[in-house]
Design a protein around this ligand. Structure first.
Ligand code: FES
Ligand code: FES
Length: 178
């Protein structure tokens, strides 16, 4: 058994301690926002925060997470109000569904230590493999998220609905929100 904190909740995983954290999160905890891309540490789709550091969860075993604090994209905010989430939407800097959660986690870790990153610092921090389409906008979005973090700017537009269980239940009648 492995005890850790996931998204502010104490969780005990009754699994082989050598299980990659990625699979514990996705298969046991149903936190499917963390994506399986390559499984070998290349793509960054599986990025989560472990004690505040953005790490690839496919390379971390449950045993290595004993007693540590894990945050997944679901735990960043309840309503997509984290500055990175707001800025990505506002700047239309959304990558595909596999890439976006890992990029959001890497960007949030960067801004937690440096809320005013240069373009070069962003390039060094966001090592996620795929950048098809929106890379210049992604840099702008992360710098904008930094301004929101520093309270130099506000993004007033509410994020689009859809992630909340109630919203999902409304959109997919077969689901239950309770
Ligand atoms: S799935 Fe972990 S880095 Fe690609
Ligand atoms: S494969 Fe995800 S954005 Fe390119």
């Amino acid at each position: 058994m492995t005890d850790l904190t996931v998204n502010d909740r104490p969780v005990r995983f009754n699994m082989d301690p050598q299980t990659p954290l990625l699979w514990a999160l996705r298969d046991a905890a149903n936190l499917t926002g963390t994506k399986y891309g390559c499984g070998v540490g290349d793509c960054g789709a599986c990025m989560v925060l472990i004690d505040g550091e953005a790490l690839r969860s496919c390379l971390v075993t449950l045993a290595e997470c004993e007693g540590r604090v894990v945050v997944t994209v679901e735990g960043l905010s309840r309503d997509r109000s984290h500055p990175v989430q707001q800025a990505l939407v506002a700047e239309q800097a959304i990558q595909c569904g596999f890439c976006t959660p890992g990029i959001v986690m890497a960007a949030s870790a960067l801004l937690a230590t440096n809320a005013d990153p240069s373009e070069e610092q962003i390039k060094q921090a966001i090592t996620n493999l795929c950048r098809c389409g929106v890379y210049p906008r992604l840099v702008r979005a992360i710098q904008r998220a930094g301004r929101v973090t520093r309270r130099a700017e506000r993004i007033s537009a509410a994020p689009a609905p859809g992630i909340d269980a109630q919203d999902a239940a409304a959109a997919v009648p077969a689901m239950r929100a309770d």
